[in-house]
Design a protein. Structure first.
Length: 201
């Protein structure tokens, strides 16, 4: 299993597999091993400061998608490694920004993102996100999403303890159509919340 620590080191499991992930059963769907290994190798090279390595950003990690194939890598294991990788890259980006432009530049960037997120968090319950345009589309239960938004607002305004994983692992009940919030808009907003918390951590 890949383990991204503060120093950006990568460990392999005892199987000697290049990426170190378990495969799911032959009849089950998992992430494409070729795509996962290609992406992880690029990230390893960048974290190790290989001179020829292309930069890999925390945003790329957050938005990367792999094809689902039978017998592929266990999605839970890969996702957990990507979460650690995103956090490591966010810390690196923060440190590099401070080194280049000073702490004020980092504070400005964090403050701007926080103000954008806070504007939506301050909206009334039930009105924070748009409703799906299609009646039969799956959507998130507004009460569940609003409860997480209360926690996020408490984090921003009162320094309540909250981690990026608290947002990543949040689970919402599913409702139908306009009874709930549009999933894609909620997901995009929560991605920005993870980005902010990772910048601050």
């Amino acid at each position: 299993m890949i383990d991204i620590e503060d120093g950006g080191t990568v460990a392999r499991n005892g199987s000697g597999a290049a990426a170190g992930f378990n495969r799911v059963g032959r009849g089950e769907l998992g992430y494409s091993p070729k795509q996962v290994e290609k992406f992880m190798e690029a990230a390893r090279a960048y974290l190790r400061n290989t001179s020829s390595a292309e930069p890999v950003t925390s945003h790329q990690v957050r938005s990367v998608a792999f094809d689902a194939i039978r017998g592929g890598y266990d999605a839970g294991q890969v996702d957990a490694a990507l979460d650690r990788l995103e956090d490591a890259l966010a810390r690196r980006e923060r440190d590099e920004l401070i080194d280049r432009q000073g702490e004020e530049a980092w504070l400005h960037e964090v403050g701007h993102l926080a103000s954008v997120l806070r504007a939506r968090l301050l909206r009334p319950d039930g009105d924070r996100f748009r409703r799906p345009s299609k009646n039969g589309a799956p959507s998130y239960h507004p009460r569940d999403v609003d409860e997480l938004c209360h926690r996020l607002l408490n984090y921003l305004e009162h320094d309540a303890v909250m981690s990026a994983d608290d947002v990543r692992t949040a689970v919402f009940r599913t409702v139908t159509g306009r009874d709930g919030y549009e999933e894609t808009q909620v997901d995009a907003f929560l991605d920005r919340c993870v980005e902010l918390i990772a910048k601050i951590a």
